[in-house]
Design a protein around this ligand. Structure first.
Ligand SMILES: [Zn+2]
Length: 215
């Protein structure tokens, strides 16, 4: 059996087991989704969002990209955020990074000449490094420098979420969602919370919208 055929076979097995253990599960879920969480994570295959938090289909709306970034000009991530917040009205948005992230590691090194598109994407993380380079450079090993940049990158992305009109409008009108920054350990499978922002928190004046309720 070829590797992709195994996926199709495993899917049949999974659907049959789910239907047997929870009759009507798919029928009910097919009607609508009401996820409580938006998850913005890294595309890394070792950080499968639903599996590491033991979530079922329907529980999390998910966006993943290299190094879990919330880039202001990325309509992909922004449209996911807008739909999750304005339509699904999720209660929590979680940015989840992970230690030893290949994207962060690459951003801390010289650019590979041939990865033209990926380099542009990683440029945003180089900017996070530039903001915090004194703290990062003071760490003794490369692994520690990468892991600290992983954490700082998560915190920066949560800040970036709070700078969007989407979040500021939702906070003004619904007092939600709560924003979370977490980091996942590839070596132990555990999540560590780093930061939480919620309606009413301090946002730098230059990032505030004048009247978020009418944005
Ligand atoms: Zn990663």
């Amino acid at each position: 059996m070829k590797s992709f055929e195994k996926l199709l076979q495993e899917n049949k097995n999974w659907a049959a087991e789910k239907q047997a253990s929870e009759p009507g599960f798919f029928k009910q879920l097919a009607k609508e989704q009401k996820p409580e969480f938006l998850w913005i994570g890294c595309s890394d295959s070792r950080v499968p969002a639903e599996i590491i938090v033991n979530a079922d289909p329907g529980e999390m709306f998910i966006h993943r990209n290299i190094a879990n970034q919330m880039v202001m000009t990325d309509f992909n991530c922004l449209s996911v955020l807008q739909f999750a917040v304005a339509v699904l009205q999720v209660k929590h948005v979680i940015v989840c990074g992970h230690y030893n992230c290949g994207g962060v590691k690459a951003a801390l090194s010289k650019q590979r000449y041939d990865l033209t598109i990926t380099n542009k994407w990683l440029m945003h993380i180089k900017q996070v490094y530039r903001l915090h380079q004194d703290e990062i450079n003071a760490l003794p090993t490369e692994a520690q420098r990468i892991d600290r940049l992983v954490e700082l990158n998560v915190i920066e992305q949560v800040q970036a979420l709070s700078h969007t009109s989407i979040i500021q409008q939702a906070w003004s009108q619904q007092q939600k969602p709560m924003l979370h920054g977490w980091v996942y350990g590839l070596g132990d499978g555990l999540l560590k919370p780093l930061v939480t922002l919620e309606s009413g928190c301090d946002i730098g004046p230059i990032f505030q919208y004048e009247n978020a309720a009418n944005v």
